[in-house]
Ligand binder design. Structure first.
Ligand code: GLC
Length: 514
């Protein structure tokens, strides 16, 4: 890359693939890597620049792959190492970058490291995980609570009878936490990065990145101060990870899942120029559908993170209800425009470009420990009337129910329809690609009318989004011509005055200043 060129992870758009639910090539009802490779052209036609794949490594699947039992092999459910290589190669051939998920905070309890660690107190790998004696009365070592607590709060400690000590697991008991305070752990986990970097991977999404720094004294969590994550030691650890990426040519990138619901706590991660390249912002993702709330949040983040930081925006992933279910179908179109026009790198979750909603999962088919099945329903590629009930996702019985709307929302059914969500995403992505101000321009929010969130990009254009299900006046200053509306029938090129322009219910527009 020439020094003046913007790196791909700043100018591009990333698309998240949840491999189990994307495309199944062998008819077993579960998506796989060969399925992904066969569908890469969908992403090229959509107009994204990179794919991030959720984990496909060897795993007992207690948390569907976020419990890794071998970091350097592919689970047979998803294929083989050769399939992973073919995927990266297929992506690169099409000009797409490929980023993989890396889960540094914990492993599976079946990982060879943990099996050794739990075997005896004096095993050399004992200190690779966090072991502590019970407190008096057999109580867990401290008050830390594990993340999946659907059926009530549970300690993040499990007693291992064999050696009489508790081990730490911030998530399921099947996901013991690695002990990053033992230097052997970062060393081994860096080698995992190198294994995939050597194979050509363009970067990583780092699972719960803020959790690899914890209070080594294991102090109790207190109101306003957690000791089980976001400890100062996390920052040098992220720096060291960045250094591993920098051993390689070609702009390798790390985006962190930093799940902190306070932008002031998130900002240090975003501001640091020698740690993560990008951080996901879950304050933004969790907002209610409100123009003033989105404006205030984006403005606050821009302010806290500073001009050197580059935001990463996402409104969905495999852990959260879908946009069209949270906000509604009309707002989902406006949300797409917002996501793809803010200053920063947008992340699109698979199926949001089709306007999918969460799919009801009957009790007997629930498989996730944390209620996330509805968002993980498989992608409908073709209408069931032509492709059968698997809708082109699978010739077998999909592992989770297919959306009952597959006939209408299938990708192939949306392609020729200029009113479809897919057509809107394609138009937005094409415009973004063709418009430097949208990719790299500065951001400034504008004073606007009630329920309208409006902002300027690079001084060249404005975006105005109506969050109300009723017409609303934009009421901002500026004139120009309409580049794109979320309303397919709105004539492009029309001259508009933002002061008097009235947006239709759930309409967003992009206006190029005259
Ligand atoms: C992250 C992942 C989630 C997983 C958890 C534990 O939050 O996104 O799916 O369950 O980490 O690895």
């Amino acid at each position: 890359m020439a020094a003046s060129e913007t790196p791909w992870w700043r100018s591009g758009v990333v698309y998240q693939i949840y491999p189990r639910s994307f495309a199944d090539s062998n008819g077993d009802g579960v998506g796989d890597l060969a399925g992904v490779t066969a569908r890469l052209d969908h992403l090229v036609d959509l107009g994204v620049d990179a794919v991030w794949l959720s984990p496909f490594y060897r795993s007992p699947m207690a948390d569907f792959g976020y419990d890794v039992s071998d970091h350097t092999d592919v689970d047979p459910t998803f294929g083989t190492l050769a399939d992973a290589d073919a995927l990266v190669e297929g992506a690169h051939r099409r000009g797409l970058r490929a980023i993989f998920d890396w889960v540094p905070n914990h492993t599976s309890d079946r990982h060879a490291w943990f099996l050794a660690s739990r075997s005896t107190r004096d095993d050399p790998k004992r200190s690779w995980y966090v072991w502590r004696d019970p407190r008096p009365g057999g109580r867990p070592p401290n008050n830390w609570i594990s993340a999946f607590s659907l059926d009530g709060e549970r300690p993040s400690w499990t007693l291992d009878e064999r050696t009489g000590q508790f081990y730490l697991h911030s998530f399921l008991p099947e996901q013991p936490d690695l002990n990053w305070d033992d230097p052997a752990v970062p060393e081994a986990m860096h080698d995992v990065l190198r294994f995939w970097l050597d194979r050509g991977v363009d970067g990583f999404r780092i699972d719960v990145a803020h959790a690899i720094g914890k209070d080594p004294a294991l102090g109790d969590n207190e109101p306003g101060r957690r000791h089980d994550q976001d400890w100062p030691s996390v920052h040098p650890r992220l720096q060291a990870i960045r250094h591993v990426l920098e051993e390689y040519e070609g702009d390798r990138m790390a985006v962190g899942e930093v799940y902190l619901l306070d932008q002031a706590e998130l900002a240090p991660y975003a501001r640091a120029t020698d740690e993560l390249h990008l951080v996901h912002n879950f304050v933004f993702l969790n907002l209610p559908w409100s123009a003033p709330r989105f404006r205030a949040t984006v403005d606050e983040f821009e302010e806290l993170a500073g001009p050197g930081a580059w935001p990463a925006w996402c409104l969905g992933n495999h852990d959260h209800p879908r946009i069209a279910s949270r906000y509604g179908r009309g707002p989902a179109r406006v949300a797409a425009m917002m996501l793809l026009t803010l200053r920063g790198t947008p992340f699109v979750f698979q199926g949001d470009e089709l306007g999918l909603t969460d799919v009801e999962v009957p009790p007997e088919r629930i498989v996730d420990v944390d209620g996330r099945d509805p968002v993980r329903s498989p992608i409908p590629w073709e209408p069931p009337s032509s492709a059968g009930p698997g809708a082109g996702f699978s010739t077998g019985e999909p592992w989770l129910p297919m959306t009952p709307e597959a006939e209408r929302l299938a990708a192939s059914a949306q392609v020729g329809d200029c009113e479809s969500m897919l057509s809107l995403y394609r138009a937005l992505l094409a415009l973004r690609r063709a418009t430097p101000a949208l990719r790299e321009g500065s951001y400034k929010s504008l004073e606007a009318g009630e329920d309208v969130y409006a902002f300027e990009r690079g001084g060249d254009l404005a975006v105005a989004l109506n969050f109300a299900p009723e017409p609303r006046r934009v009421g901002a200053t500026g004139r120009g011509s309409l580049l794109l509306s979320t309303r397919p029938s709105a004539p492009r090129g029309t001259e508009v005055d933002l002061a008097t322009l009235t947006l239709e219910p759930d309409e967003g527009v992009i206006v190029a200043f005259a």
